[in-house]
Design a protein around this ligand. Sequence first.
Ligand code: CP
Length: 337
Amino acid sequence: MVEIRRPSRKARKFSAPSLFQLPIHPGSAISAGDFSVAQVRQILLAADALEREDPLRRARRLAKRRVALLFYEASTRTRTSFELAAKALGADTTLVSSLSSSIEKGESLRDTGITLKALGAECIILRSPYSGAPYLLAQATGLPVLNAGDGMAEHPSQALLDLRTILQLRGIRAAAVNERCLRGITLTICGDILHSRVARSNALLLTKLGAKVIFCGPEKLLPENATEIGPGISIERDFEVALRRSQMVMMLRIQAERLAGLKIDLDDYRSRYQANAERIAACAPKAPVLHPGPIIRGMEITSEVADGPRSAIAAQVANGVPIRMALLARALKGGRR
Ligand code: CP
């Protein structure tokens, strides 16, 4: 598998745009690490306002603007909520998926992006198995690119909707979001951290606001260098110890599609890392349980916990539409190109 490297911050700042490389559009959302705290607050405030707004009035905001959804990987939540968000704002959407387009014939990401732009797309939402692909697409097209998940790298809109869920659970208003608003909150993220773009984006975003993040999982799925993502992140391999230190927990599935020959003893994994009712009751009885989905019941989480009173999974999904409306409005503000 080819890994497309994210250009360094310096390279992004100083490289002169060439015929083949346009500047990254400021309305793009590619990495959770790129957002300032003020921008995060602005996105959350916009999500609140758009959610409350009269639907007819809201549908005039991006009336007839063209949004392309370019999905090289399967998705239920992200694709549907981006599409519903775009439609709620009045935009026209088109879905291009790898199985039903010329991508299947070998057309490159760059050429697909340039084609979509020539067809009038003003914003591209991209899900790709390749880390860094959104940067390449943004530089090839000059359009705002919203990263809907790139390889093992990032999933910034998921981190924003997870943040909105956490703020709601703690009764913190969007207007109160600052560098300290999550101080005193420790979130354990447990599971396949190695392959998880959700873990990376959440760690980048939540620690900006003062939260601490504990990564928990077996060595094969959680290398020691995972703490290098940023400050405020630690590793605890004992799930029960991590739970006792946490106010919230987020479970992750094992990403079977990215294991690439890695062998995991699933019985051992379940016995050590599963969020089951007994373990949660014993170690973190008040902790809300989050999961970005898709969930594998009976593996990383039991039905009793996933459907139980502390589950925040449905709230996370519901927050997808307002957050993605805010990201689309931000991407397309300033009128038609
Ligand atoms: N959380 C998430 O990205 O889910 P989907 O793969 O269904 O979009």
